[in-house]
Write a protein that binds this ligand. Structure first.
Ligand SMILES: [Zn+2]
Ligand SMILES: [Zn+2]
Length: 223
């Protein structure tokens, strides 16, 4: 893993098992980026315990702490995983520079979500060359297919991330009651199921959106 001592493994399974051990210890291949000191996410990061949240505290969106913003963040991050990008900071909004790492070549720099989600959200990322100096465009599809093999439909993580609408609703309720009680730290802890990297992030984004839609409909109907 980049940034950690090299360990030779006998085969892929052992290598994967070692990676999982490192992940369980909270180690990550990349160093979280520093957000501006004044941002709400940074204030929350300063409030919460470091240890419990180090795998996802740096992914708190640099936006107002609301459930729709958390859902937008999870959606953007799940799409980034499909496109072969690793976010190194929390989702900053569609038109703000967002620090990330290219998984095809290891380049680190800022990209805009409004470009990656495509023109008018048509899903076609721009620019086609990803960034200056990336591997040739004709090699991108195969590289992305190889990355897709890492993604899962079920969350098999030690910590259960939301992959059902009910789980998503539970997290929303927990966050909401913590926020209402003025417990910013507790609210942030509940975002783990939404923000922490998970191989099932595509499904998680779908169930989060579905849970948010239900919530909005319920409110519209005055229930
Ligand atoms: Zn690249
Ligand atoms: Zn998971």
């Amino acid at each position: 893993m980049p940034g950690h001592p090299v360990q030779r493994a006998a085969d892929r399974d052992q290598a994967a098992a070692h990676l999982v051990t490192l992940m369980d210890q909270g180690k990550r291949p990349t160093v979280p980026a520093q957000a501006p000191v004044h941002s709400p996410a940074d204030r929350l990061r300063a409030t919460v315990g470091v240890r419990a949240t180090r795998t996802y505290a740096y992914l708190l969106p640099d936006l107002r702490f609301t459930i729709p913003n958390l859902v937008r963040s999870a959606e953007a991050m799940s799409r980034l995983a499909q496109l072969g990008w690793t976010p190194l900071a929390g989702y900053p909004g569609a038109d703000q520079p967002w620090l990330m790492e290219c998984r095809l070549c290891g380049w680190k720099g800022h990209r805009f979500w409004s470009h990656l989600r495509g023109r008018n959200g048509n899903g076609i990322p721009r620019p086609a060359n990803r960034h200056p100096g990336c591997i040739p465009v004709k090699e991108h599809p195969l590289a992305l297919i190889n990355l897709a093999a890492e993604r899962e439909y079920e969350c098999a993580c030690e910590f259960q991330h939301a992959t059902s609408v009910e789980q998503a609703q539970d997290i929303f309720r927990s966050i909401e009651s913590a926020v209402n009680a003025g417990a910013a730290m507790r609210a942030t802890l509940y975002t783990r199921g939404i923000l922490e990297p998970c191989p099932a992030s595509s499904r998680r984004a779908l169930v989060l959106r579905a849970a948010l839609d239900r919530r909005i409909n319920r409110r519209k109907n005055g229930k």
